[in-house]
Design a protein around this ligand. Sequence first.
Ligand SMILES: Cc1ncc(COP(=O)(O)O)c(C=O)c1O
Length: 505
Amino acid sequence: MVDLSEYKNQTFQQFQISTQQNQATIQQVQAILNKTTQLLPDKLLLNFVETNFMKGRQILHTIGGHLTPCYLFEPGVIINKAKIFKRVFQQRLPETGFYFAMKSNNFPDVSKTVLTCGFGLDVSSGAELETALELGADDIVFSGPGKTAQELDIAIANNAKVVVLIDSFTEMKRLEKRAARQGKKMRVGVRLTTEPNGLWRKFGIPKEDLAKFIEESKKYKYINFQGIQFHSSWNMTPDRQIAFIKELGETLAALTPEERLMIKFIDIGGGYWPEQGEWLQPAGTPQGMMRNALGASLNPSSLNPLTPSLLNPLTSSSLNSLTSSSLNPLTSSVQNSSNYLPNTSGNYGSAAEPYPHYLNPSTSIETFAQELSSAICDNIHNQISCKICFEPGRWICNDSMHIIIKVMDKKYDDLVITDGGTNAIGWERFETDYCPILNISRPALTERECLITGSLCTPHDVWGYSYWGKDIQDGDLLMIPGQGAYTYSLRQHFIKAVPEVIPFP
Ligand SMILES: Cc1ncc(COP(=O)(O)O)c(C=O)c1O
């Protein structure tokens, strides 16, 4: 027989738990909505726009309108960035090694350029490894999970040039077998996972297993264990890397002196965010994401620019002082700028005023170098003297490529179609990220609202919700600067062909 009072009790308890959970969720939602994301400072934005308009003038001069859509590649930017990156760390650490993460931009000339700066290459597949070898790289680290036998074979055949950063015990065993077939000894490191829970768990082994890994490596004839790698992504500050360096220090302390002596390098990975920070559309902020997740009908103030009727009305404005005629981008000064304030004209597209842009701030590479080096000295070099290696990708290549597209069809004053689709960047980046779109055919330091789309048969083919310029007309050339990281590598042959790359000296 069912005990009714017990059943009632259980049901009541479950109800209480779910009510508590709902309340906790509501509080979390409220906390996110109550937070504010920093607005992108005018000065930073105008500086960026002005500098790139100057470049835009040279671009017009060099390529005219002949080859759009295209990526413009500036090798000079790579050289400059690579030199700075090396210098700031070399100044502070006794022995260093630098490896450009090819995945961040796999245009071969990017890697070719970085090789001339004394960098090695960090590759994550057999295809990348083959490219690196074809480019003449002789100092390569091969990292990444699930390396195939064929990929390992290429590394083994080139064992004088390649260090394999092993991802698991299974991979070490597989590498031993393959290396035995070629009779070649491999220099290896092991990747330690920085987050034992969640999606990042798939990378490397837990730090608690390091001693076991080293012990096991000694049993293998063709494995020469030499180092440790870790990597964390999207670091706006060095805090997470420093936290792991401290954990690594404790892990090293637990090894035997002989094991510590085996460690010739520690590779602290990439993930250094460029100093300008992450620029966001309203929909890319935590608040915007939350509003969109809650659904537009619940959120009349939703800031998703894809739904213009729901836009927060924007005021007309202060930027009028930056009239196009007074603002020749080549002569004007950012001092003239005034703040972007949300405004109230209520017109999407026709007003000369954009919705707000946001900033997730980052840190200078000098600060990264200073703080990381000091953490390395305190936690690693106090126990072992070894080479410290770096695998920067985004920081090196972000500013080295720009996308140039042409206006094909001005459908309305507030909507244009361009000849380039976002297959050139491979993801719906600009629905959440903000990058100023510069009308280099009609430059002006005025931002005007206009939906700038590509020509793919999808409504998500969006470049942005505004442009900088006097006006916009069919045939105008638009520049989307700073698209060198995780765009070219992610390009897709989807509907339209992948654009060509034009070197721009
Ligand atoms: C192992 C490893 N190293 C380096 C990088 C480069 O990171 P970033 O381009 O953020 O510097 C990545 C990126 O995913 C990576 O997975």
